[in-house]
Design a protein around this ligand. Structure first.
Ligand SMILES: Cc1cc2nc3c(=O)[nH]c(=O)nc-3n(C[C@H](O)[C@H](O)[C@H](O)COP(=O)(O)OP(=O)(O)OC[C@H]3O[C@@H](n4cnc5c(N)ncnc54)[C@H](O)[C@@H]3O)c2cc1C
Ligand code: SF4
Ligand code: SF4
Length: 438
């Protein structure tokens, strides 16, 4: 079956989209306080935001139990940091796909779902024609359409609003490739959609901002920002930039012009979101714990099935873990205290930056220890930025596991900042993973 969407967008009024992609016109968003426009407020069930939004009152223990059959178990290695998972892998496609952010595992899974008929449509984003950094929500119905979605865009995309047009044309087996705030909302409304199957490929996500703001950052990196086609924050403490003419440039994190960015460069949503690793996805496809390769967290039986779709196309091995994160995380926390208080970030003298960058690459935490460090840094940001900007939200927005992550850095809930402890949440459920639900 092919989607015959009622009205199609062509993005910026430029060339029509290739036939493998559909971009139905979406309704306007309903204004919300903390919102990344995941698309739910554009749907007929916009009122569901109150119970579905990650920024209102998320209940991760209940959501993890509903999706994976059990909550994260802090006694299992790394589940406190990365959420429930069955196994973690370092991986890469034997044949990396052109245009992919890493080797293209995420979009290749989408292709396989369409090739096998396990999904009739994949909901995700593609570059907006004429404005390639801007994510455009698309319904992909043919495997060849997934190649057009490769790569990372910076900005917000109301991908969930595609659910209604997809359901209207009769699709009942759907997949989503999405970021954590989208996945959280989808999980909360999933049972109401009448689906036969839902496959969720999640990517980690952090430090997102609007496409307009992201362009300001590119302009600080290069006098010709329009020639930058790719950017990634790598696990070796450098960003990689690729250019339209084929050039590649690496810039150490410590040499980035972060101190020149305005305090509100990252919206409060992305400074305080609590799910870096996309814990409600069936499989998370990232890079943080991969030491230069991709990093997969297979979270449940559906995730195993998604991995099996790639069979011998993947090269896999065990993630490594080196170094100690406590020192760098402590330094980071001190900087967040300054930033949350409106003070400028400490600038390192220019002469010291290249030396410090090299030391960071040699001695900084690597592999899983790098991923743990990033998750802890994000948890610290959540607590400090909410405490400064939206204290009343802390009680409902910060799950108990985030408090456990920040505790070693001297951060504890102050009166009124924590929900009354939920006895059910303290005891991890030991129900078995229920396997595929189609
Ligand atoms: C804003 C952002 C921040 C990220 N930060 C991290 C991080 O800190 N650590 C980490 O390990 N990984 C992060 N990722 C994920 C990482 O960039 C790769 O997408 C992931 O590793 C998959 O690589 P791949 O080659 O398999 O992807 P590809 O096969 O190239 O597919 C990428 C998929 O991501 C989707 N996508 C691209 N941009 C967006 C967007 N703005 N919103 C929603 N979906 C999008 C595309 O539609 C496509 O389906 C982030 C992704 C985004 C969008
Ligand atoms: S559920 Fe989505 S649309 Fe609704 S408030 Fe949250 S981010 Fe915004
Ligand atoms: S950082 Fe969090 S809130 Fe922001 S876009 Fe990513 S998942 Fe959503």
């Amino acid at each position: 079956m092919d989607a015959a969407a009622p009205a199609e967008r062509t993005g910026q009024g430029t060339a029509p989209l290739p036939p493998a992609l559909r971009a139905p016109a979406l309704g306007p968003p309903v204004p919300r306080t903390l919102c990344t426009d995941c698309g739910l407020s554009r749907m007929r069930i916009a009122k569901a935001c109150g119970r579905a939004c990650q920024f209102i009152a998320p209940d991760y223990p209940a959501a993890e139990a509903a999706v994976h059959g059990r909550t994260r178990d802090p006694s299992r290695p790394d589940e406190l940091h990365f959420g429930p998972f069955r196994r973690m892998l370092r991986a890469g496609l034997r044949e990396p796909r052109p245009g992919a952010q890493w080797t293209g595992i995420a979009t290749r899974i989408g292709e396989r779902l369409l090739e096998t008929g396990l999904a009739q449509a994949v909901l995700t984003v593609a570059p907006t024609p004429g404005d390639p950094w801007r994510p455009m929500p698309v319904i992909v119905t043919r495997p060849e359409g997934m190649a057009l979605c490769r790569g990372m865009r910076m900005g917000y995309a109301p991908t969930l609003a595609l659910l209604e047009p997809a359901l209207e044309v009769g699709f009942r087996r759907l997949a989503l490739i999405g970021i954590p705030c989208q996945v959280h909302a989808l999980r909360k409304i999933q049972a109401e959609l009448g689906l036969e199957a839902l496959w969720i490929v999640g990517t980690p996500c952090s430090d997102n901002t609007t496409t307009e703001r992201f362009r300001e950052f590119l302009a600080l990196l290069d006098p010709h920002p329009e020639t930058i086609t790719y950017l990634e924050f790598r696990a070796d403490y450098r960003i990689e930039l690729r250019y339209a003419d084929g050039r590649v440039r690496f810039v150490p994190f410590l040499e980035l012009p972060l101190a020149q960015l305005p305090a509100d460069f990252f919206p409060l949503t992305c400074r305080t979101c609590v799910d870096y690793t996309n814990v409600l996805a069936d499989i998370t496809v990232g890079y943080m714990g991969g030491s230069g390769k991709q990093w997969l967290l297979v979270r449940n039986e559906r995730g195993e099935e998604l991995l099996r779709l790639l069979r011998d196309e993947l090269l896999v091995d065990e993630p490594e873990s080196r170094g100690r994160r406590a020192g760098p995380v402590r330094v980071y926390a001190a900087n967040v205290v300054r930033a949350a208080g409106g003070l400028p970030l400490r600038r390192m003298p220019d002469w010291l930056r290249p030396i410090a960058s090299r030391l960071q690459r040699w001695f900084g935490p690597k592999g899983l220890e790098f991923a743990r460090a990033r998750v802890e840094m994000k948890a610290i940001e959540t607590v400090l930025h909410l405490r400064h900007a939206a204290r009343a939200k802390m009680k409902h927005m910060i799950p108990a596991h985030v408090w456990r992550l920040v505790e070693p850095y001297g951060l504890q809930p102050e009166p009124g900042e924590q929900r009354r402890p939920d006895p059910a949440a303290a005891e991890p459920l030991s129900r078995p993973d229920p396997g595929p639900r189609r």
